[in-house]
Ligand binder design. Sequence first.
Ligand code: G1P
Length: 264
Amino acid sequence: KEMLPLVDRPCLAYVVAEAVEAGLTDIILVTSRGKEAIENYFDRSPALEASLEASGKKELLREVLLAARLARVISIRQHEPKGLGHAVLTAASVVGNQDFAVLLPDDVIDSPTSTIGQLLEQQAQVGGAVVALKNVPRSQVNRYGICAGPYLTPQKMQIQQMVEKPAPEVAPSTASIVGRYVLPGRIFSLLEQTPLGRGGELQLTDAIAQLCGEGLVHGLHFTGTHHDTGNPMGFLEASLYYARKRPEYAASVREMLKRMDDSS
Ligand code: G1P
């Protein structure tokens, strides 16, 4: 699903562009069975490039070349689907003991400044872990990691409590984690000791929560428009949002929606 196109480029391309804009140059893709298309996307393809060149599709050609050159891309295979924490742990030997960023490609964010860049800036000041936050309706808290704690500024939370997908009646707040994290290398040893959590999976939320007691976890209500493309309606809304942003499609989208409205 990371390769499903929003308008004409895969979700993954938006997320990689966000990372590169923030100055990240080494990208580790954690993939699994059936996700070969993700790795292929970053390969140069002489045949494709030649045919785009011949048909005058210069814009598209630039995109293809950009994907190939944006960053150093490494891919690692997660052999069993044992949760987000396990996927992150899979990258441990490549990342080593340094701070790093995690971006989940389901979450696509349009922002004047790279969202992971906003988190990196924050983390440079406070250290530890920084996660992206967004308020959701209480009825939806059971789809996300939820964070609670005092606000240091209107955007910045000192996180004291983190719960993975709580029931609405017991959720400590409605501030949900969006798939952007800056984490310390120490998270790997915590992940190794974290018991399986929600859904019998190793949860990244549970590992980060262990740093809350040391005052080392912050949340940032980032600036930007976020879409969760992991569900059908979120994906549809994101497609319309990005199509409307493109000058060559904006008018057609408006007409299309009006036509559908009028005929229903
Ligand atoms: C994961 C995390 C969750 C977070 C979400 C953001 O859940 O476990 O804490 O809120 O990503 O997209 P998943 O979407 O994998 O169920």
